[in-house]
Design a protein around this ligand. Sequence first.
Ligand code: GLC
Length: 429
Amino acid sequence: MSTREQRMEWFRHDRFGMFIHWGLYAIPARGEWVRNQEEIPDEVYRPLADEFNPVDYNPAEWAKLAKQAGMKYAVLTAKHHDGYCLFDSQYTDFKSTNSPCKRDLVREFLDAFRAEGLKVGLYYSLLDWNHPDFPADSRHAMRNHPEARAGAQFDRYLDYMHAQVRELMTNYGRIDLLWADFSYPEHTGEDWRATELVRMVRSLQPHILMNSRLESSGEELGSIMTDTPTETSGDFTCPEQIIPPQGLRTPSGCKVPWECCCTMNNNWGYAADDNEYKSADFLIRRLVECVSKDGNMILNVGPNARGVIPERQQQILREIGQWMALNGESIYGCGACDLPKPEWGRLTQKGDTIYAHILEQPMCAISLPGMAGKGKDARRLADGAEAFIVKSWVTQSYPDDLFISLDRGGVRTVLLPETPDYVIKFTKC
Ligand code: GLC
């Protein structure tokens, strides 16, 4: 096993994580890009820090919610593009410990999630719309007012950014994952002094997983997609708001580890009026889709300015949790199946066990082409009850296929209980 594979073992096993986008932008409550989209000037945005006071922030509740949903790791925005730090950095005043709440929100998050046995990660924005040395480039909130960043010296910003990452990697115990965000034509790879940064991070946290965005973004996936990834390629890549149609492989066919990051509505940061939510059923099926293609899913929540995860998001997570409690076995430790995707659903696999995720009510049975005689011990996952490998007068015209039914005789239509995804497992033989 390569070092990367060893590091990646828990991540490949756990499959499902919580993303948390939280910061000052919860006050305007129009998403985390609000400062940029509305070109909010420094003198209007910065004072939000004098107001930020999430009195209801209780990370122990967040951690319980994540755990109940079946999530195994969580990643919090320590600093997003607006530059506001949820941790007590000695290199800036623009931080939560200087806001009315006076709390190191990152430290509390880490403690609470670790206490629930979850792996912990931090998101850190490479962009910084607040720092005077980050030039007003095309992605900057002040792009139409370059004078606001006159005299910016990017190298000084890089010193700051590296120093903050060092703080996060030094002062907060074991960090399982660092989620850097993001590169774009003006700044990518060595513009961030990426090799130096990666070496520093890995020397302080040797087991840590890093994503690919020191050289990529939601738009492109980085050198990890090639057969010769750079030292800064990261351990996994991050398709955003899309599940790769065929999973991801390098040109020579090696599987590339990936994590689909996605939102429940259409914003990462809290957006008070964005009620366009995906359903729990839909998200469960998308998680299954990720695993069936060898990927992870990190699903986002956007807590509000009081520190509360919106009730609708909590409800969705609780519903996902109900399904995961009974069917998590078909997710954890599972990956793509070596059989083709069946027309009635999807397959995940762990060793010789194949999980048939039935998304469409079958007539008499589900079929697995070419698998006749190659399956045994079919069980319904949610209750452990027997399911049946059948051959009947209705299946006999398809002698090469394996048929699995809830009807012992393999003829009747047994209606599946109402569930987003009914799972039957069987052993390949
Ligand atoms: C993006 C956005 C951002 C979000 C992130 C999550 O690149 O800039 O707001 O944090 O993706 O994947």
